[in-house]
Design a binder for this molecule. Structure first.
Ligand SMILES: Cc1ncc(COP(=O)(O)O)c(C=O)c1O
Length: 421
């Protein structure tokens, strides 16, 4: 019997698929795990050394974050994305997920516009806070991007009262690996300004733009954009829990104080030793070339090759521009799949796991309609330490090919499964 009064909040699907894969493996099966989106790369050595060195720093730090770190983060964004941010605007927290939640918690009743597809946690977070969630449809043809037209349409239909409205954008994107160009960002900024929207710009994969050309919407709409980032992806340190938020540059007072209020009443501060290590990560400009660049080369090469192989097999997908995800659409196989009773992304991923031994996450977990035949593929099933070493020694060479081979094995499992249909 369900416990009375218990809220309906399920564990994130990303974590569940990992558990299912583990169970199959325990029973002797081999599973290529494309389900869990964790960076395969190790944090930079000097950043690990800093964390070890500062383990003794046991005191709470200021709620907003250590001043030296806030300075380093502001300087980092001025240097890498040409954002005009001050250290006063920087808020440090235990992961950007928590900072997104804290921002949403600043408002009483809000409309939250979430693209479909989008990362799994936005909608549940908004609902937990009692906000209304509205989906913005996208399409394969529009590269799964929010278009100004689609945004205008939703706004025209839904903006009937004075509740605040927040648009969430994520680029390079999870689950699609795609981003927005300058023109698209400017157009979206214009629509946002016209309607006074708040924007959460989740740029956690910004440093992993494959060409190193990430650009933030905050350049065009600084007054109401919250930019989130952190060490989880570009520094391979998800478990360290260090997130950053750049607060909107609004002249309206209150956002900063409210965010700090939410922070102080919930998590208090990010771990102090991790903040000390993060100072090194954000200040060492050499990491851009020695650490980020090889990661980008590997992810770009691997992403393109996976797309090439899957496209050749008849799957619909776009080559990724950043991060480490692909969002294959098996729509061209709808008829054959339906003949086998597979009519949803859930059924598709179930079959891929149990028949092909490949774990992908269903498009439905990212807000796609049940009948969509999309799935998210995280191409990170390789040894990141060995890959970085190989890339540094001989960029794109045979040694790297050998290290990333497990990813191709998974792709082959998918294409062989499709051939057999
Ligand atoms: C799009 C997106 N945003 C935010 C996060 C959470 O990042 P953090 O570890 O900083 O909380 C993730 C993690 O998977 C993500 O994919």
């Amino acid at each position: 019997m369900a416990l009375s009064g218990l809220r309906k909040i399920a564990a994130s699907q990303t974590l569940l698929i990992n558990e299912q894969s583990q169970l199959l493996e325990k029973n002797g099966a081999t599973v290529v795990r494309f389900g869990f989106g964790q960076s395969p790369f190790p944090p930079p050595e000097n950043v690990i050394a800093a964390l070890q060195h500062y383990a003794y720093r046991k005191d709470y730090s200021p709620v907003q974050g250590l001043p030296e770190l806030r300075q380093a983060v502001a300087a980092f964004h001025q240097r890498t994305d040409r954002l005009e941010v001050t250290e006063e605007q920087v808020l440090i927290g235990p992961g950007s997920k928590m900072l997104i939640y804290a921002f949403l918690a600043c408002f009483d009743k809000m409309r939250v516009l979430v693209p479909a597809p989008a990362w799994v946690s936005y909608a549940p977070q908004a609902r937990m806070l009692g906000h209304e969630v509205l989906a913005i449809p996208t399409s394969f043809a529009a590269r799964w991007r929010v278009t100004p037209d689609a945004l205008q349409q939703v706004l025209r239909r839904e903006l009937q009262d004075s509740r605040p409205t927040c648009l969430i954008l994520n680029y390079p994107g999870n689950p699609d690996g795609l981003t927005y160009d300058r023109k698209a960002l400017k157009e979206l900024a214009e629509v946002a300004r016209q309607h006074g929207l708040w924007v959460i710009s989740d740029e956690i994969y910004g440093q992993l733009h494959h060409q190193g050309k990430h650009r933030s919407i905050a350049r065009y709409y600084p007054e109401r954009t919250l930019v989130t980032g952190g060490l989880s992806k570009w520094c391979g340190a998800g478990g360290w829990r260090l997130g950053t938020a750049l607060l909107p540059a609004t002249k309206e007072r209150g956002i900063r104080a409210t965010m700090l209020g939410v922070a102080s009443e919930t998590y208090s501060c990010a771990p102090t030793p991790v903040q000390m290590a993060a100072i090194t990560a954000y200040s060492d400009a050499a990491l851009e070339k020695d650490y980020c660049q090889p990661q980008r080369e590997i992810l770009s090469l691997l992403g393109k090759e996976c797309v090439h192989r899957l496209t050749k097999a008849g799957v619909q997908l776009h080559a990724p521009e950043g991060g480490f995800y692909l969002f294959p659409d098996f729509e061209p196989f709808r008829k054959q799949l339906a003949a086998r009773g597979i009519k949803s992304s859930d059924a598709l991923c179930h079959a891929l796991l149990h028949e092909a031994g490949v774990a992908l996450l269903p498009g439905s977990a990212f807000g796609m309609v049940e009948t969509s035949l999309t799935a998210r593929l995280a191409y990170v099933t390789f040894d990141g330490i060995a890959a970085l070493e190989a890339e540094r020694a001989n960029p794109g060479g045979a040694q790297l090919t050998a290290v990333i081979a497990p990813v191709y094995e998974g792709i082959e499992r998918i294409t062989t499964w499709l051939e057999g249909m």
